[in-house]
Design a protein. Structure first.
Length: 110
C-alpha cells in the first residue's frame, strides 16, 4: 500500500512539474527590438547617483505596441520614465504579440 501511495505521489509531482515547465517562458529580446527600445529611452530627464541595472519584462499587443509588464527597480523616476516612454509605443518591427520578452537595461550616470 505504501508503494502505491509513493508511486501516486511521484506521478502527481512529475506531472505538475511538466505543466509548470510548459508555460509562457520569457524570451530575450532580439537586437532589432532592443535597438528600437534603446532609441525610445535615450536622454532621460532624471539624474542617477550610480549605475542602475534593471530587467524589463514586456510583450506586444496585437497592434504591435509595447506593453510593459514589469520593471524590477525601486527607483521611482526610472519606473515612471520607462512607462511613459515605452508603454503603448509602436515599434517598426515588433515581436510576437503572444510572447513575453525580457531585456536587461543598464542606466549609466552622467
Amino acid at each position: 500500500m505504501k508503494k502505491m501511495i509513493l508511486l501516486a505521489l511521484a506521478l502527481v509531482i512529475s506531472s505538475a512539474s511538466l505543466f509548470a515547465a510548459s508555460g509562457n517562458n520569457p524570451v530575450e529580446a532580439n537586437k532589432e527590438i532592443r535597438n528600437q527600445i534603446v532609441d525610445l529611452l535615450k536622454s532621460p530627464q532624471f539624474t542617477v547617483e550610480k549605475d542602475i541595472n534593471v530587467t524589463l519584462t514586456f510583450t506586444f499587443s496585437s497592434s504591435g505596441e509595447i506593453v510593459v509588464l514589469d520593471i524590477d527597480s525601486g527607483h521611482r523616476d526610472l519606473l515612471n520614465y520607462v512607462r511613459e516612454h515605452l508603454n503603448y509605443k509602436k515599434l517598426n518591427v515588433p515581436g510576437d504579440h503572444n510572447q513575453i520578452y525580457i531585456m536587461p537595461l543598464k542606466i549609466k550616470t552622467g
